[in-house]
Design a protein around this ligand. Structure first.
Ligand SMILES: *Cc1c(COP(=O)(O)O)cnc(C)c1O
Length: 371
């Protein structure tokens, strides 16, 4: 193929801002006029609206998705040295677990979805296991049924990492309503992204909700009445106001993501390119469109030359990441996660992508494998 015909980025925030800018500016203005910037009416309203959207009783805004994981685990009573199962192939999730003081118990993943499944979970569990962090990776719900039953039978807490999956359904219910707690991230690239950092813990347990609130601000029950040495992890009013405006668009945007994913799947069929699968009882939201290919470097270099941006989520499994070498695991311990880190590639997918962009990505990918 000759010269670049167009440039397709991985995400495009400018296009999104052009779509919803009026409402964003109104939200920001409302906060500025109120003169109240941290934990006020916007956060309260967003917590209520988000809980209703997910279909849970409580939602508590925090400073990030990482903090959501740490605070949810602490609220569930996880303490220093307790075992928490976490997938070996998901970079960001491991930090929230480690910062709760828990001992990471890495689980390998299903090669077809790159999510944990009941078998890989069982291999990771031992007597010390107190919680499982089920990460719904790339927007694709974990097959939760067997996992939820297993956790219940063994008195293990189930926490969902929903950072990449806001709005998805599993067996007719929104993901995030199945676990003892669910953790969301509003990092800008996520399906519901803030204009900065933010996170949320969703739960049906009044007790967990109350404790997350303690942990998010100095352990305070009332101002200066500290019951435990808590964090300072709050969602600010500006982000909450922006997120309220964007929450109205998430379902529409997720629908567009599914359309694009469908076009990619059709366009790539027959190519030596493995597309991940999802369960029949779920409705994924394609946070990322990830393919697996042996010649990743050659493929991504070619796409780059043709103007198509790509990403790698994630280039290293947890046990081979320097900060987690203390877990004492080695190459070969989690083969599917290791293979994934060497073969996964994320292609551009965002709601404002034009038909021409989608067509260009398909044409470029096909061209690489055909010539
Ligand atoms: C983004 C992400 C996180 C961390 O969220 P932050 O808001 O960036 O702290 C955790 N888990 C997963 C799966 C993520 O994608």
């Amino acid at each position: 193929m000759a010269a670049q015909e167009r440039r397709v980025p991985l995400v495009n925030f400018n296009k999104e801002y052009r779509e919803v800018g009026d409402e964003i500016r109104q939200a920001i203005d409302r906060v500025c006029e109120s003169g109240w910037y941290v934990l006020g009416e916007e956060v309260k309203s967003f917590e209520r609206e988000f809980a209703e959207y997910i279909g849970v009783d409580h939602a508590i805004g925090v400073a990030s998705g990482t903090d959501a994981i740490t605070l949810a685990l602490k609220a569930l009573g996880i303490k220093e040295g307790d075992g928490v199962v976490v997938p070996a192939n998901v970079y960001p999730s491991a930090f929230g677990v480690a910062l709760a003081g828990a001992t990471l118990q890495l689980a390998d993943v299903d090669p077809r979805t790159l999510n944990i499944n009941l078998e890989t979970l069982k291999e990771a569990v031992n007597q010390n296991t107190r919680a499982v962090l089920a990460v719904h990776l790339y927007g694709n719900p974990v097959d939760l049924e067997g996992i939820a039953n297993f956790c219940k039978e063994n008195h293990i807490a189930l926490v969902e990492d929903c950072a990449q999956v806001t709005g998805a359904f599993y067996q007719g219910r929104r993901v995030g309503s199945f676990g003892d707690a669910a953790c969301f991230s509003f990092y800008p690239t996520k399906n519901l992204g803030a204009y900065g950092d933010g996170g949320m813990v969703a739960t049906n347990s009044g007790d967990v909700a109350r404790k997350v609130k303690l942990w998010r601000m100095y352990g305070e029950e009332a101002r200066y009445q500290s019951k435990l040495i808590g964090h300072n992890s709050r969602l600010d009013e500006m982000q909450a106001a922006i997120l309220r405006a964007k929450l109205k668009y998430v379902d529409k945007w997720n629908q567009r993501r599914r359309e694009i994913a469908q076009k990619y799947k059709q366009g790539f069929s027959g190519l030596p390119l493995e597309v991940l699968s999802s369960s029949e009882t779920s409705q994924p939201v394609y946070h990322l469109f990830v393919v697996k290919t042996k010649d990743r470097d050659g493929f991504s270099d070619y796409l780059k030359r043709q103007g198509v941006a790509t990403g790698i989520h994630y280039p290293q499994p947890i046990h081979l990441t320097e900060s987690f070498l203390g877990l004492g695991k080695k190459t070969g311990d989690f083969p599917v996660s290791e293979e994934a880190s060497a073969t996964v590639l994320s292609l551009p997918l965002y709601p404002q992508m034009s038909e021409a962009d989608v067509g260009y990505v398909i044409k470029t990918v096909k061209h690489y494998f055909t010539f």
